[in-house]
Design a protein around this ligand. Structure first.
Ligand SMILES: Nc1ncnc2c1ncn2[C@@H]1O[C@H](COP(=O)(O)OP(=O)(O)OP(=O)(O)O)[C@@H](O)[C@H]1O
Length: 361
């Protein structure tokens, strides 16, 4: 699934770049503030349609520039080859193309680019809002179940309609929209349950390889009392839903609870342990994606050394190597990178003041 070529202009401090990339490991090293993360950010802008560093794209646009342009050639084991082209204007317009044809949804570009980021803020997957963990589950389902996106859109539509009926206090329409809401909610719930059932053993295997001393439990909460039927919960909560003007129970409130001895993992684990747990979650997701689709995830590992000692750094790299997927790894220190992979499996890039140059080992 490698990105073969990457062209970027208008992203932060990066000088316009055109890189030929390795299908294995791409090491990117350079001093603080040189632009390493901005390269990874450019890839995520196309893969996810947003940055992993800011919710406001105006901050990504190079000062004084009027557009961000990112192009990439991608080769996929099963999908074939494609050219993705993203143009974002300062005013906010966005044009995304696949092989020259305009895409109307981000999902198609995301489908081509299954990207996972492991960075110093990665621990937020444990400590952040339930939405982040819902998105995590849904990434996995989206990339292995082709019908999930359509089902998800249907569910969002049903939820919106039910909320609108609740707000307008249109009692006579409520049962109609509640019926549709329940039907689509149960479909989404089933996708997530099935996915997590397959995911858990894979996660346990990866965590045991990465950090055998850390034990965590994953528990899925569907978004309503798990011992009750959704229909009964909605009926019980109907009056309150009407007062609030929105639906309190459903898959939009689902949660993946990550615990250590029944306590939230984010409250118990050290920062380094949180990073290994999140890395294990993301690597397990990539491994499962590979098993189920025959395709490979692209891993973006920003600041590899942060929070990880040598043992865990090596274990993480070994797991990524076993997946034989394309990896981008940034570090300040060249030595922390090049002691791990053999030169034939990797490319080395040096970044300084936004200029990126390929180097030999
Ligand atoms: N919109 C912008 N326009 C121009 N330069 C910017 C913009 N936003 C940030 N910068 C600068 O671009 C650089 C971005 O660096 P980036 O975060 O990619 O560096 P890095 O090499 O990953 O650093 P570190 O090792 O400290 O994480 C910084 O020097 C920052 O000051």
């Amino acid at each position: 699934m490698p990105i073969r070529q990457l062209k970027v202009s208008g992203v932060r401090n990066l000088q316009p770049l055109d890189l030929s990339l390795h299908s294995g490991v791409n090491f990117i090293y350079g001093p603080n503030g040189s632009g390493k993360t901005s390269i990874l950010e450019s890839i995520v802008l196309v893969a996810a349609g947003k940055s992993f560093r800011t919710s406001q794209l105006k901050h990504v646009l190079t000062h004084d520039a009027d557009r961000i342009e990112i192009e990439m050639n991608v080769e996929d084991e099963s999908l074939g080859e494609c050219h993705l082209d993203s143009l974002r204007l300062k005013g906010g317009d966005h044009l995304l193309k696949l092989n020259g044809s305009v895409l109307t949804s981000q999902a198609e570009a995301s489908h081509w680019l299954p990207v996972q980021v492991i960075d110093p803020t990665t621990f937020r997957l444990l400590s952040g809002s339930p939405e982040e963990r819902r998105q995590f589950i849904d990434w996995g389902v989206f990339h292995v179940e082709h019908s999930f996106m359509e089902q998800w859109k249907t569910f969002r539509k049903q939820l919106k309609q039910r909320n609108s009926v609740l707000k307008q206090k249109e009692d006579e329409w409520l049962s109609v929209w509640t019926k549709g809401f329940i039907e689509s909610a149960l479909v989404i719930d089933q996708y997530r349950r099935d996915y997590l059932k397959r995911f858990k053993p894979e996660f346990e295997r990866i965590l045991a390889a990465l950090d055998p001393d850390t034990k965590v439990q994953l528990a899925y909460y569907p978004g309503w009392d798990k011992d009750s039927e959704l229909a009964d919960v909605l009926e019980r909560q109907q009056e309150r839903d009407m007062v609030l003007g929105y639906t309190q129970a459903g898959p939009h409130r689902a949660e993946l609870r990550i615990k250590v001895d029944k306590q939230p993992a984010a409250e118990i684990l050290s920062r380094g342990q949180q990073k290994t747990v999140v890395a294990a979650l993301k690597i397990a997701q990539g491994a499962m994606f590979q098993q189920e689709s025959g395709r490979r995830t692209i891993y973006l590992v920003d600041d590899l050394a942060s929070e990880l000692d040598e043992k865990h750094r090596f274990a993480l790299c070994k797991l990524l190597e076993d997946l034989k997927c394309q990896v981008f790894i940034t570090s300040i220190d060249k030595e922390k990178l090049t002691d791990i992979w053999k030169p034939e499996d990797a490319c080395l890039f040096h970044v300084e003041h936004g200029c990126v140059n390929q180097e030999s080992f």
